[in-house]
Design a binder for this molecule. Structure first.
Ligand code: 7RM
Length: 660
């Protein structure tokens, strides 16, 4: 309940400032309410109107929403289009080929500008090269690349020829990459020799080699390698190809493959409550439409704006708000290879200053870590840079605490920029609940109100609406165009994860808890209600980490929970029972380090437990169920006040509660 109380205590309200409202796409609450009313009175008409306005159709659609196979919905199904045409060609055809599409800043500060014409040429060349290698419509291509122009080019080249990409974040291990290659049935892999982050070269190709060697992905015929650093790599003749070599003699003309609106645009893996990550399948028209429309509504993008989303293309935010949304509306955006703390923790502010960024979109975890850094060193404080071009700030990925919100508002936004706290998910394709910069009065820590057309609600365990002021389960009551279409290869899991029978089978279950304010109806997200952790805005399944731990030969049993963390939002805490006697002192430290590295290798460094505690056993009920509730209390260092009389082994709590 403490989360709700702190929300209800938040009384500060920041009404939209006149200059944010003037000329905004949605210029006030009246305009917002008019759109909400339009969607409510004619749901399909509303979506059809914006789909015609935002996208260029090769063949117009005649049907809008088809609910006959619910919850497998389709939108605009008989329409045909190409996402890459919408992101590139149409701007060039409109005479804007010389406009900058991407301002790329490398880890070492080197800046490269890429115009829409350049980008179209590069995408077409790679698209032709892929076609020549036999990649065709419907094939899946895995992309394992650093933040780069090539990353965006690779995604766009796939969709240009109707191939479906699945981007794997460059921080994932060879095992994670292997699982995704196998599950998605990839025919090609696009990777790089190495990636540069914070002045260090990190391997990618060798991890990709290990992933391919691990088996199950024999369908991968080609491994295309972007030469980023020129570092030494092993080479498999007949399989490995240098990207620069295969595009060299290709034409810069490539007729886009026109696909159905429902054709899978991409598959992106995300953690769920059970072991294996889910391949979230998105459609072409719906996801592109919403990425484009939210660029206009949430970010109020206008000609002359410079947009910067700091996410990685390996996450949904980098898909919708780097690879697709900004390009679909013909915007200019900054793409950054590096990390916020290199060569100093003022890098973000320095880059906003250098590139005259007007709209900046980042994660609360980055803000919190930069607050700390700038308190320690005035030189990296935002006030040491000229941030006067900024007009809108955004956050995403996790709840933002009111303190971080206020700091962001005052120090980065100079008290003048609205903050759009955007709630959404891999599965939703784009923003769902968010303030509008020219309309919505802001309350720190609240994502405020649903976008027009999004029927979000808070319900109880039976699917009944709960009154405002009472916490509950966040759901969406009607299908929307950018929602996921399926879990790749597992329709059953799609149905049970997102449209559970308990809620009546029709409500989209987001997996988050939420509460709406009594007076304003504003939503505040209270975090996941399932076994998913959010560490620095990254989604991690507790079961995934547990499976990684128990696959270590030393480990007999493991349970993983989250603990609130000042910087990362949540931190991973693992309770581990070894096959040998419970270690103590230096031995415990050493094994903990080993296990941490093990998890890093199994999943990726982001999943490494911050804290590992060893016990002779785990707290279990007499029927053998692990009491995670108790583990969460222990992880937080709380005193156990619950009744533990049903525990098989209450003494274990003292052992596990001991600070390491
Ligand atoms: C975009 C993204 C989704 C989960 C979601 C929430 C949490 C995201 C916010 C937020 C509070 C926000 N996709 N979340 N945005 N919580 N306020 N503005 O993050 O699939 O990786 O994660 O992230 O728990 O369910 S994601």
């Amino acid at each position: 309940m403490s989360a709700i109380e702190s929300v209800l205590q938040e009384k500060r309200v920041f009404p939209p400032q006149a200059k944010a409202s003037a000329g905004a796409a949605i210029s006030g609450m009246e305009a917002y309410k008019a759109l909400v009313a339009e969607a409510e009175s004619d749901y399909e008409g509303f979506w059809a109107r914006i789909a015609r306005e935002m996208l260029s159709w090769h063949k117009p659609f005649s049907k809008v929403l088809d609910e006959s196979k619910a919850p497998f919905y389709t939108w605009f199904e008989d329409g045909e289009l190409n996402a890459s045409y919408n992101c590139l060609d149409r701007h060039v055809e409109a005479g804007r080929g010389n406009d900058n599409a991407i301002i790329f800043e490398a880890d070492d500060g080197t800046v490269t500008n890429v115009t829409y014409q350049d980008l179209l040429d590069r995408v077409s060349r790679l698209a032709n090269a892929l076609k020549k290698r036999g990649v065709k419509k419907g094939d899946r291509v895995v992309i394992y690349l650093p933040m780069s122009v090539e990353g965006v080019v690779a995604m766009q080249a796939c969709v240009r020829i109707g191939a479906t990409h699945s981007v794997v974040f460059g921080g994932f291990s060879s095992k994670s990459l292997n699982e995704r290659l196998v599950d998605v049935g990839a025919v090609a892999l696009i990777t790089a020799d190495e990636q540069m982050r914070g002045g260090k070269a990190l391997p990618l190709k060798s991890i990709a080699d290990d992933a391919l060697a691990a088996g199950g992905c024999e369908k991968v015929k080609d491994v295309i390698v972007y030469q980023r650093t020129g570092g030494k790599v092993a080479w498999t003749e007949g399989r490995d190809l240098w990207l620069h070599e295969i595009v060299e003699n290709e034409s810069n003309q490539c007729e886009p493959e026109w696909v159905s609106a429902e054709h899978p645009l991409f598959i992106l893996y995300t953690s769920g409550s059970t072991g294996k990550p889910k391949g979230v399948q998105h459609s072409t028209a719906g996801t592109l439409l919403w990425a484009a429309q939210t660029m206009k509504w949430t970010f109020d993008m206008k000609p002359g704006d410079i947009f910067w989303c700091t996410a990685d293309i390996g996450w949904i935010t980098g898909h919708s708000y780097i690879a697709y949304g900004p390009l679909a509306i013909g915007a200019t955006q900054v793409v950054f290879e590096g990390v916020p703390t290199f060569p100093h923790a003022g890098r973000f502010w320095e880059m906003i200053d250098r590139h005259k960024v007007t709209i900046f979109y980042t994660a609360p975890t980055a803000i919190r870590s930069l607050i700390k850094a700038s308190e320690a060193d005035a030189k990296v404080h935002p006030k040491s840079f000229d941030l006067s071009t900024l007009r809108i700030l955004g956050t995403v990925g996790e709840p933002i605490n009111p303190e971080a919100w206020m700091w962001y508002h005052e120090n980065v936004g100079r008290g003048q920029c609205p903050i759009v706290d955007t709630w959404w998910q891999t599965e939703t394709g784009g923003h769902m609940i968010t303030p509008l910069p020219g309309a919505t009065p802001l309350v720190p820590g609240s994502c405020t109100l649903p976008l027009p057309g999004i029927m979000a609600a808070v319900v109880d365990e039976t699917g009944q609406d709960v009154p405002n002021g009472q916490g509950g389960i966040l759901v969406v009551k009607r299908p929307w165009p950018s929602m996921l279409r399926n879990v790749w290869g597992d329709p059953k899991r799609y149905q049970t994860s997102y449209f559970p029978e308990e809620l009546g089978g029709k409500l989209y279950l987001a997996g988050d808890g939420a509460v709406r304010d009594k007076e304003t109806g504003y939503f505040t997200i209270m975090g996941r209600i399932d076994d998913v952790l959010n560490v620095s805005g990254h989604r991690l399944g507790t079961m995934e980490i547990e499976s990684a731990l128990v696959s270590n030969p030393m480990v007999a049993e493991a349970a993983v929970v989250g603990r609130p963390d000042d910087t990362t939002g949540e931190a991973v805490v693992a309770f581990v029972v070894l096959k040998r006697a419970r270690p103590e002192g230096d031995e415990a430290k050493q094994i903990a380090t080993e296990l941490r590295n093990w998890v890093g290798k199994e999943i990726g460094p982001i999943a490494k437990p911050k804290d590992i505690r060893f016990g002779e056993n785990l707290p279990k009920t007499r029927s053998g169920k692990i009491m995670r509730r108790l583990l969460r209390s222990l992880a937080k260092g709380e005193e156990i006040t619950q009744d533990v009389s049903t525990l098989e082994n209450p003494a274990i709590l003292d052992q596990l509660g001991e600070a390491r």
